[in-house]
Write a protein that binds this ligand. Structure first.
Ligand code: SF4
Length: 416
C-alpha cells in the first residue's frame, strides 16, 4: 500500500483559469479542463487557446499535470478539425487527453502517440474486459464508471495493468454518467453535450389532461416528489481502501462548481491523503489493518454545502437513504469573500461579495487550518481608502492579525 500511496494522484476540476490556479494552490496533483470546442461541460466557462497555454504553463510551473478533455461524441464534421486540435494540444505540452469517443481516441493515438490518453467516464467502463480493450487500444488510464463496488474496482485495478481513476467526490448523475435525455427533452439543454440542467432534481407533481394549471401533489415526502434526486458522492472516509485497491487517481467532479467548492474540496482531500501518507510511515501503523480516517476531513467537507453525502455503489447498489426524495440541501456554512490574486509586497484581493472594514473573515490555509481575522482598512488599486468594496473589485486590505497572503488562497465568510 505504501507504494500505491506514492502514486495516488489527486485530480481536480478546473472550470476556468482562476479555479485551476486555486486547485493547484490547494494541492491538486493534476487538473482537468476543456477547450471551447470538443469538450463536455458547455456551461463550465471552457478555456480559450491563450488560457489553455497559460493553464498548462502555470500547472507545470507548480509541478501539477494538466489534462485536457476532448470528450464529446463526435460527428464527421467534428472529426475534420480534431487532428489539428490534437496536434496543437501536444505542442503546448498537455500531459494527457481525456477521451470517450473511439474515433477521437484513434486520431489522438495516431497524431500524438507520446501523449497518454485517459478514457473518460463517458465511456462507462464497468468491467475488466472493457478496461483491457482500452489498454490494448493504447489507453494509459481508464476512469471507471461510478456504478462499481470497491470489490469490482479492486479486481479491475489489480488486473488491467494500466492506471485506474475513480471519482471520489461531487454531484452524481442517476443515469450512466450523463447518458440521459431528460434535460434535452425538458429544457433543450443536452446532458450529452455537457449542458445538463439537472431536471432529475426538480420537484414534480401530477396534472390531469383537462385541468391545466391544477397540480395534484404526489406525497412521497411532505415537500413533494423528487424522483431521482441523488445525494452527492463523498468517498473521503474510504481513501485507505481505494489506495489499497490500487487506484492511481482520485478524481473530484465539478467543473461547473464555484471556486469555494474547488478550494474546500481540494484542500480537504489533499489533507486526508497527506494524513494517510504520514500514517503509513508512522509507528502506530499496524501492517494488516487499514486505518480509520479521522472525522475532521469529513467535518470540513460538510461546511461546503451539498445535497448530503453518499458512498454510492462502493458497498453495493445505493438504497433510499442515498437519495433525497424529500428535497433539501445541507446548507453551505461559508461563502467566498475574496481570492488573493497577487501576493508579494502589495497583495491584491479580488472581492467576492461586498467587503467592509469591521468584517470578520477566515483565511483558508493549505491543509485544514484557517486564520480568523478582522478587516481594518480597504484601499483600491490606486491606494485610495474606500468605505467598502463590491464584488469583482481589486483591493488591498489591512487586517488584524496581519495575514501572510499566498497567491490563489481563498478567504471565506461565515453565513449568518
Ligand atoms: S438530468 Fe439528472 S440523470 Fe439526466 S444527465 Fe442530468 S444529472 Fe444525469
Amino acid at each position: 500500500m505504501r507504494e500505491n500511496m506514492k502514486m495516488t494522484e489527486l485530480l481536480a476540476p478546473a472550470g476556468n483559469l482562476e479555479k485551476l490556479k486555486i486547485a493547484v494552490h490547494y494541492g491538486a496533483d493534476a487538473v482537468y479542463f476543456g477547450g471551447r470546442e470538443f469538450s463536455l461541460r458547455a456551461q463550465a466557462g471552457n478555456f480559450s487557446e491563450a488560457e489553455m497555454k497559460e493553464a498548462v504553463q502555470f500547472s507545470h510551473l507548480h509541478g501539477t499535470k494538466a489534462y485536457v478533455t476532448i470528450n464529446i461524441f463526435a460527428h464527421n464534421r467534428d472529426m475534420k478539425k480534431i487532428p489539428e486540435y490534437v496536434k496543437w494540444l501536444s505542442e503546448i505540452g498537455v500531459d494527457a487527453f481525456i477521451i470517450s469517443d473511439p474515433g477521437i481516441f484513434r486520431t489522438a493515438r495516431a497524431i500524438a502517440p507520446d501523449i497518454p490518453v485517459h478514457v473518460s467516464t463517458q465511456a462507462n467502463t464497468t468491467n475488466l474486459e472493457s478496461a483491457l480493450f482500452w489498454k490494448n487500444a493504447g489507453a494509459g488510464r481508464v476512469n471507471l464508471a461510478r456504478e462499481l463496488s470497491l470489490e469490482e474496482i479492486r479486481d479491475i485495478a489489480r488486473s488491467c495493468q494500466m492506471e485506474v481513476e475513480v471519482f471520489v467526490h461531487g454531484a452524481l448523475c442517476i443515469s450512466y454518467s450523463g447518458r440521459c435525455m431528460l434535460s434535452l427533452y425538458m429544457t433543450g439543454r443536452d446532458a450529452n453535450q455537457g449542458a445538463c440542467a439537472h431536471p432529475c432534481r426538480y420537484r414534480y407533481a401530477l396534472q390531469e389532461e383537462k385541468r391545466p394549471g391544477i397540480y395534484f401533489p404526489v406525497e412521497e415526502g411532505d415537500r413533494g416528489v423528487y424522483i431521482f434526486n441523488s445525494r452527492d458522492l463523498c468517498l473521503i472516509n474510504r481513501l485507505p481502501e481505494l489506495v489499497e485497491a490500487g487506484v492511481s487517481s482520485l478524481k473530484i467532479e465539478g467543473r461547473m462548481k464555484g471556486l469555494f467548492y474547488v478550494a474546500g474540496v481540494v484542500r480537504a482531500y489533499r489533507a486526508a491523503l497527506d494524513w494517510l501518507m504520514e500514517y503509513m510511515d508512522s509507528e502506530e501503523r499496524q501492517d494488516a489493518k487499514l486505518p480509520v480516517v479521522p472525522e475532521r476531513f469529513m467535518e470540513e467537507l460538510k461546511l461546503l454545502g451539498s445535497r448530503g453525502y453518499t458512498e454510492n455503489f462502493l458497498d453495493g447498489p445505493p438504497g433510499r437513504e442515498d437519495m433525497l426524495y424529500q428535497g433539501g440541501n445541507a446548507q453551505q456554512q461559508f461563502s467566498p469573500a475574496a481570492v488573493v490574486v497577487e501576493a508579494g509586497d502589495r497583495p491584491l484581493l479580488r472581492v467576492g461579495h461586498i467587503l467592509r472594514p469591521g468584517d470578520r473573515l477566515e483565511y483558508m490555509e493549505r491543509g485544514l487550518g484557517v486564520t480568523p481575522f478582522e478587516v481594518l482598512e480597504i484601499r483600491d488599486r490606486e491606494g485610495r481608502k474606500v468605505r467598502q468594496a463590491l464584488g469583482g473589485d481589486i483591493v488591498t486590505v489591512t487586517t488584524e492579525p496581519e495575514i501572510q497572503w499566498e497567491e490563489w488562497a481563498v478567504i471565506r465568510r461565515r453565513q449568518t
